[in-house]
Design a protein around this ligand. Structure first.
Ligand SMILES: [Zn+2]
Length: 312
């Protein structure tokens, strides 16, 4: 039996999959991420593991933050009250299973390289657009980790010193203008200026409840405000992507995370804006910007692939 479990722990939800040896997802479970600290987070993870079953199957975890080589989640900007948290040990204790923990975007990269949009590639930039922005680099066929396993935190470089405050406390980080959370804030700003009626309607009439999801719903109904907002937002995403592509020269850019669900409404303006900003676009092969084939499951599937090293 070579089934493994993968958990993707993000700022909004914990998604778990039971992965067969051939890469097929046999079961999937999800719960909202608690924001009250490690104990609640571990209880949520353990509950999903119990629902997935497969007694004895090892567990891989991708967690949104700085995860060291010992499986300690040292810092997670979008998981308040979880700092210096021995996530791997605590989850192993709670589940009685072998557990390995890595960064969520590195796990998503592993998933896409093994079963998704980046199979056969050697140099890949993966970007997760969700509550925050995560990143994973495949460098010459290997996941780039840095000296402390903290590499590829691509959401946290400054694009505007006067920009919005980032979840990490810095001002104007790329994440603060280009995450899914940022899209929601841009939508609420528009509503405050008197626009975005279709988005408010999609949010049940409550202007304060408008999120990126409602932008997507309104844009799918051809609402001009929502479409314009996605063009502005894509520009923000493209600024960071172009800078990273200039530095890394990837074969392709894989976009993962909840915003992938927007499909062409996001990828159309994003590809257009990227081509305007990347260095020497006319003089280099086009860099494909493609959705994660594993969709929002990329991180959980990659975490389950990671757990295979724990199999007997
Ligand atoms: Zn930041």
């Amino acid at each position: 039996m070579s089934t493994t479990i993968g958990l993707d722990i993000g700022g909004t939800k914990v998604l778990g999959v039971l992965l067969a040896a051939d890469g097929g997802v046999e079961r999937e479970e999800r719960l909202a991420s608690p924001h009250t600290g490690l104990e609640a987070l571990v209880a949520t993870g353990a509950s999903i593991v119990a629902q997935l079953g497969a007694p004895g199957a090892p567990v891989g975890v991708g967690a949104a933050g700085l995860v060291d080589r010992e499986g300690v989640l040292r810092y997670a900007p979008n998981l308040p009250n979880v700092r210096e948290a021995p996530l791997g040990d605590a989850l192993a204790h709670a589940t009685g299973r072998h557990v390995v923990v890595d960064n969520d975007a590195s796990a998503a990269t592993l998933g896409e390289v093994t079963y998704g949009a980046a199979v056969g590639r050697r140099d890949v930039l993966l970007v997760t657009l969700g509550t925050g922005i995560g990143g994973g680099f495949l460098f010459d066929g290997r996941i780039y980790r840095g000296a402390h396993n903290f590499g590829a935190e691509i959401g946290h470089f400054t694009v505007d010193p006067n920009g919005p405050l980032c979840a990490c406390g810095e001002r104007g980080h790329w994440e603060s203008i280009a995450s899914g959370t940022a899209l929601g804030r841009m939508a609420r700003d528009l509503v405050a200026r008197g626009g975005g009626a279709a988005m408010v309607a999609a949010a049940g009439g409550d202007p304060s409840a408008v999120t990126g999801t409602h932008v997507g719903i309104a844009a799918a109904q051809a609402d001009p405000d929502a479409r314009d907002l996605l063009v502005q937002y894509s520009e923000n995403v493209a600024l960071g992507l172009a800078g990273l592509a200039n530095i890394l020269d990837p074969e392709c850019v894989v976009i993962a995370g909840g915003l992938v669900e927007l499909g062409p409404l996001l990828f159309g303006p994003l590809r257009e804006a990227f081509a305007r900003h990347v260095e020497g676009a006319a003089y280099r092969p086009a860099v494909g910007i493609v959705p994660a084939q594993l969709g929002e499951r990329a991180g959980a599937i990659g975490a389950a692939v990671l757990a295979r090293r724990l199999l007997p």
